[in-house]
Design a protein. Structure first.
Length: 487
């Protein structure tokens, strides 16, 4: 892999969960593969009472937790830790910013990664400008969620946009950095076998599922003010929907993919109050069993016995254009479900005429299943004749592509790819301002209707597939959730 330009990556929230669990391990692995050139620096910025030596000691311990032991070689670890600096900052205040100025490397690309509360995005940006730390080659990375609704998203975008040009702003959605998500474009547009069938003539419906077996963990304070719709569906699931439904761009480059994704968001059928009642489901996990062990309910985890925050959401959406007219998209995501799984299911229509009326065995619709995690890959479900004499016996079979087996190498973590794209200045896999705000404009009527009607999430036991209302949502259309992937 080719090295990027010399860079200084400043992580605001450098002692937080995202930094120690994802960002710094990703940078370590890029350093190990030779992508960080000499002179590149990584600066942790936080309010914790640490100095640089203390920060290096902390990160040494965290890397041992989050990087596989075979990849922690002594040489790379020493080199990486030597790249680290630490500054103590009050992000909202105006003091001590000179300390950050002193550790920035001249003549390098400056990446300011805001792994902190969205309410601080604007103040941090203005402090950077006020202290002369923003250069033409600087970039700023904004973690989701960008706001709680359309108005707050616009306010954040306005505040950051007063300091940084749109070309310098990288709104990150780590799902877009997954190899399987990127490969979706190649699967669609580099294979003549599929693209002619990718429309309402041949496709019956599409399912997009992101299920998690974990609960809210240490994120309870944030999650109880957010919920599954804001935390997952407004960004991750809608972005995946865009890649499934978008038209072929003339060429894949920095803006054409984002242009086509925006058109999908603009084509989503607006949700009326009646639609919200019929086509959305909310749930909240209660106590249950996960992996054979008892786990508490959500309200106990967040210590809020009256919480109405949804930990599960399912939505039936429609894309109103010629390609997808009449094809429903079923989206669902939840915590404390029976398994960890993220996948796209494209279900094709039944054959127009049953040619084997006297055949034995079962047939199923053809399905293309794209596994995003775990075991990234693609599986095509077909019907075949079971070998043997004495008539025709039909049986479902699968053509399965596992990326690790096919390419004899594990897929890198999404943050590894995305961080290097930021340094290169490549925005293809990041969200543009108009994408973010259009997604919020579609989601906001759902939030407002839930609020106005006092929607109470249905309780579901931890370790199950979610509330039964989600099953009703899809069965009402004569369809069923695909539950074929196991972990």
């Amino acid at each position: 892999m080719s090295p990027v330009a010399p860079c200084t990556v400043v992580v605001f929230g450098g002692t937080g969960d995202l930094a120690v669990r994802k960002l710094l391990p990703a940078l370590y692995l890029r350093d190990r593969d030779g992508q960080l050139p000499p002179g590149s620096r990584i600066v942790g910025a936080a309010r914790a009472g640490l100095d640089t030596d203390g920060y290096r000691d902390k990160i040494r311990g965290e890397l041992a937790r989050f990087v596989p032991a075979p990849l922690l070689d002594a040489g790379t670890l020493t080199r990486f830790l030597d790249r680290l600096d630490y500054v103590s900052l009050d992000f909202a205040g105006g003091d001590d910013w000179s300390a950050l100025h002193d550790v920035l490397t001249p003549d390098s690309v400056r990446v300011f990664y805001l792994a902190c509360a969205p309410s601080l995005f604007g103040p941090i940006s203005h402090h950077l400008a006020r202290h002369g730390l923003v250069e033409p080659t600087s970039r700023v990375v904004l973690e989701k969620p960008i706001g709680r609704d359309l108005a707050s998203a616009r306010a954040i975008n306005d505040a950051v946009g007063e300091v940084f040009d749109e070309s310098q702003i990288f709104r990150i959605d780590h799902y877009l950095g997954k190899e399987s998500v990127q490969n979706l474009l190649v699967t669609r547009f580099a294979n003549t076998l599929l693209e002619p069938l990718w429309n309402s003539t041949w496709i019956d419906h599409v399912q997009i599922t992101v299920s998690e077996s974990l609960g809210v963990g240490t994120r309870g304070g944030y999650y109880d003010t957010s919920g599954a719709l804001r935390d997952m569906l407004q960004n991750h699931l809608l972005q995946v929907l865009c890649l499934v439904a978008m038209e072929p761009p003339t060429i894949v480059d920095r803006e054409t993919v984002r242009d086509e994704k925006l058109k999908v968001l603009q084509a989503l059928r607006p949700m009326t109050a009646d639609d919200v009642e019929r086509f959305t489901v909310t749930g909240q996990y209660g106590p249950g069993l996960v992996d054979g062990g008892a786990v508490p309910g959500y309200r106990d985890e967040v210590e809020n016995p009256d919480s109405r925050t949804e930990t599960f959401v399912a939505v039936r959406a429609e894309v109103r254009n010629w390609r997808w007219a009449g094809v429903p998209f079923y989206l669902r995501t939840g915590k404390r479900l029976e398994k960890r799984s993220s996948e796209i299911v494209v279900q094709f229509k039944d054959v127009p005429h049953p040619m084997f009326p006297r055949a034995e065995g079962a047939t199923e619709p053809n399905r293309l299943v794209i596994r995003l995690q775990p075991d990234e890959g693609i599986c095509l479900h077909m019907t075949a004749k079971e070998p043997g004499p004495g008539g025709i016996r039909l049986r479902p079979v699968s053509l399965d592509l596992n990326y690790v087996d096919a390419f004899d190498r594990p897929s890198p973590d999404a943050y590894e790819r995305l961080l290097m794209d930021v340094v290169r200045g490549d925005p293809t896999l990041f969200m543009r301002r108009d994408e973010v705000e259009t997604a919020w404009a579609w989601v906001e009527p759902i939030l407002q209707t839930w609020d106005r009607t006092g929607r109470v999430p249905r309780r579901y036991p931890a370790g199950t597939s979610g509330p039964t209302d989600a099953t009703t949502l899809i069965e009402r259309d004569g369809r069923a959730w695909y539950e074929g992937t196991s972990v």
